[in-house]
Ligand binder design. Structure first.
Ligand code: GLV
Ligand code: MN
Ligand code: MN
Length: 415
């Protein structure tokens, strides 16, 4: 059997990254910021000393490649970027768990039968520009650079300029596709970000796929007026219309498998003495079934049309991001489940409502699977995000064992 990983080393790395990139409000590794770049420099330092080739592709993804006997490549990956005020494990676990697997393979002294790569995808979260899976989407071709040409953050900084400051020319990003050509399997370890594994008393589960997502930016235009002088029944209050829309978004997600979030909202002029004339918000709707997702989206559009009439406002939707539901590779799911049972004594199949880079990779036709480790209280995208060390260790061990199996399976027969 191949060498065993040392989960304590992965835990020490996770804690060190946390200390480096967290402030009193949580993790601040938002992609394309100085703190993110600092986290990446730290990761490159952690890779020094390993017999790997380290570089960044045209889409800004960081790769560390351990050459094997064959160019066929098994990839382990996730993302080191976080949401603002985020947690210490979302994304970081997959990258640093993958690093420990790479370290273990390298320590064996002989090249593996296939090449093994670690990838830190750039900007999985889409926190700043609203476009999730940016680096993996550009590299896999599931995202076209033309779709992000005019995108800016809330301070008006263009996405293209923010990426250029980190050495990425977004127009050239599709060239990163060549990295996927030799890839025969993609494995991603991640925290669950939900309650199932904790409830079931399990450390590790295997993920069967990810939900479809429809994300819109909504602009509601009413009329700003003096709040003291203007009668209630004559107002065209953009925020009142927005508040009604938020409730309609929740109502359209009544099915137990639906998810819908209004996570950002802003009004103008945003002073106590003026009725808001402008309200802008984002709607993120998710469902494992593409038809059900389309029905949710239509229901909210219909509700918006009614609210616009009632409140005498204009409501415009701009579709800013979407992905279809993704099913992971059946064989890898079965292997992941068997491995998790063997390593941890039990497992379950889960479906992910959260997005992951594995969805972009699988959409590009690469066999992919994910392992989840339990999340304390199901909390994530918050500084309270946590997982007990024994579950993190179980996740790293399961990833290592699964990688061993996938590497052995991918090796070409001699001759
Ligand atoms: C990523 O964290 C997402 O689910 O949007
Ligand atoms: Mn994540
Ligand atoms: Mn996340």
């Amino acid at each position: 059997m191949a060498a065993e990983p040392d989960p304590d080393r992965a835990l020490a790395d996770l804690r060190a990254l946390r200390a480096l990139t967290e402030d009193d409000r949580g993790a601040q590794r938002v992609a394309w910021t100085d703190t993110w770049a600092q986290a990446r420099r730290w990761l490159v330092e952690r890779l020094a000393g390993l017999p790997v080739r380290v570089d960044t592709d045209e889409a800004g993804n960081l790769w560390a490649v351990l050459d094997g006997a064959s160019p066929d490549t098994v990839v382990l990956g996730s993302h080191i970027d976080s949401v603002p005020d985020g947690g210490w494990l979302d994304g970081a676990l997959g990258v640093l768990g993958g690093l420990e697997v790479l370290r273990t393979l390298a320590a064996s002294g002989t090249p593996p039968p296939v090449t093994v790569a670690l990838v830190d995808w750039a900007d999985e979260e889409g926190a700043r520009f609203g476009r999730s899976l940016l680096g993996s989407g550009l590299a896999t071709g599931t995202l076209d650079p033309r779709d992000v040409r005019d995108v800016a953050d809330r301070d008006g900084v263009a996405l293209a300029d923010a990426l250029r400051a980190h050495g990425v020319d977004v127009r050239a990003a599709p060239a990163a596709r060549s990295r996927l050509e030799p890839v025969v399997a993609y494995l991603e370890l991640h925290i669950e970000q939900g309650p199932v594994l904790e409830r079931d008393g399990l450390s590790v589960g295997v993920v069967t796929g990810t939900a479809g997502v429809e994300r819109h930016a909504v602009r509601i235009r009413g009329q700003a007026v003096q709040g003291g002088g203007f009668p209630m029944d004559a107002r065209r209050d953009a925020l009142v219309a927005g508040a009604r829309l938020v409730l309609a978004v929740r109502e359209a997600a009544r099915d137990a498998r639906s998810r819908a979030t209004v996570g950002a909202i802003a009004v103008r002029p945003a002073i106590p003495t003026a009725v808001p004339g402008l309200c802008e918000l984002t709607i993120d709707q998710r469902h494992p079934d593409a038809d059900a997702l389309a029905a949710m989206v239509n229901e909210v559009h219909d509700a918006a049309a009614r609210i616009a009439v009632d409140e005498r406002v204009a409501i415009d939707f701009e579709r800013i991001w979407a992905i279809a539901p993704v099913a992971f590779d059946d064989d890898l799911v079965a292997l992941g489940e068997e491995t998790a049972r063997e390593v941890t004594g039990g497992s379950v199949r889960l479906f992910s409502g959260a997005l992951h880079d594995a969805a972009a990779v699988a959409s590009a036709g690469v066999p992919a699977v994910m392992l989840f480790v339990q999340s304390a209280g199901g909390i994530s995208h918050a500084p309270e995000e946590d997982t007990a060390p024994e579950h993190l260790a179980a996740g790293v061990r399961t990833l290592a064992r699964l990688a061993d199996r996938v590497i052995a399976r991918s090796a070409r027969p001699p001759g």
